[in-house]
Design a protein around this ligand. Structure first.
Ligand code: PEP
Ligand code: MN
Length: 282
């Protein structure tokens, strides 16, 4: 992807510039006591958004019981409509810290504004940069400089080169602990409801270009809870290092949830997914 006449667009995250990964292999990225890239598939699960203490603790306990390795959940959200729930902000960070203390699961949560990086990094074990912010270069730089590992979603209309350049911004500002996450792309934005298409082929192509771990988000990638389990299996078959899955609290009907209930699986489905991707011993 780079031209011999120009400075390579991404050097730090390129497999070609790391002789230690020339023959293959994946960079290990540690998040708390979890290591992405060491072989076993890691699962981050939790609510789309932290909506209340009760909902988050219940979903976090369910994630833990299902065998997830990390807790996901948004304190700050970038919603498409300004009238949708935007997250509880700082109050949600406290709830996430409580959920981690109780379950022991490291927390991955999104940061949407460079001015919030310090306060989110004070709680998060891993910062998430979402699809809408993949091109937000000041945010990428601040997130990289935070010292925390960064989960970088693919922009939903981004080329692999643009995605890797975004990872380069993060790496250039910090230690290079970046994990990429495919979350579905838009093939037909003119459709009335343009649901995303998971680009499984991108996972193989990325492997050639970079040694960074690669995750799959089957929840935003399908927007349909009934399709999440199969997407997880296809992602694992394509070689992902991990999955990012939205889950409902046990026994909660979808209409008690304000954010992305339609694509959140039940704890029972999450347990079945974890067993399938990690084996029955998990
Ligand atoms: C999320 O994971 O909470 C999220 C908002 O995802 P995306 O940025 O992929 O839409
Ligand atoms: Mn969501």
């Amino acid at each position: 992807m780079s031209s011999p006449h120009r400075q390579p667009a991404y050097r730090l995250v390129s497999r070609a510039s790391h002789p230690e990964y020339a023959g293959g292999g994946t960079r290990r990225v540690r998040v708390g006591d979890v290591t992405f890239g060491e072989g076993a598939v890691k699962v981050a699960a939790g609510p789309c958004a932290v909506e209340s203490r009760e909902q988050t603790l219940a979903a976090a306990r369910a994630a833990k019981a299902a065998g997830a390795d990390l807790l996901r959940g948004g304190a700050y959200k970038t919603r498409t409509s300004p009238y949708d729930f935007q997250g509880l902000g700082e109050a949600a960070l406290e709830i996430l810290a409580e959920a981690r203390a109780e379950t022991g699961l490291p927390v991955v949560t999104e940061v949407i504004d460079p001015r919030h990086v310090e306060r989110v990094a004070a709680v998060a074990d891993m910062l998430q940069v979402g699809t809408r912010n993949m091109h937000n270069t000041p945010l990428l730089t601040e997130a990289g400089a935070s010292g925390k590992p960064v989960l970088l979603k693919r922009g939903w209309a981004s080329t692999l080169r643009e995605w890797l350049c975004a990872a380069e911004y993060v790496a250039a500002a910090g230690r290079g602990d970046v994990v990429l996450c495919e979350r579905g792309i838009r093939l037909d934005p003119r459709a009335a409801h343009a649901s995303p298409t998971l680009d499984y082929e991108a996972i193989r192509l990325l492997r050639g270009e970079t040694a960074l771990p690669v995750l799959l988000d089957p929840s935003h990638g399908t927007e349909d809870a009934s399709r999440v389990a199969l997407a997880c299996e296809l992602g694992v078959a394509a070689g992902v290092d991990g999955l990012l899955i939205e889950v409902l609290p046990p026994g909660w009907p979808a209409d008690r949830i304000r954010c992305d209930a339609h694509q959140s699986v039940t704890p029972e489905v999450l347990s079945a997914i974890v067993k399938k991707v990690k084996g029955p011993e998990s």
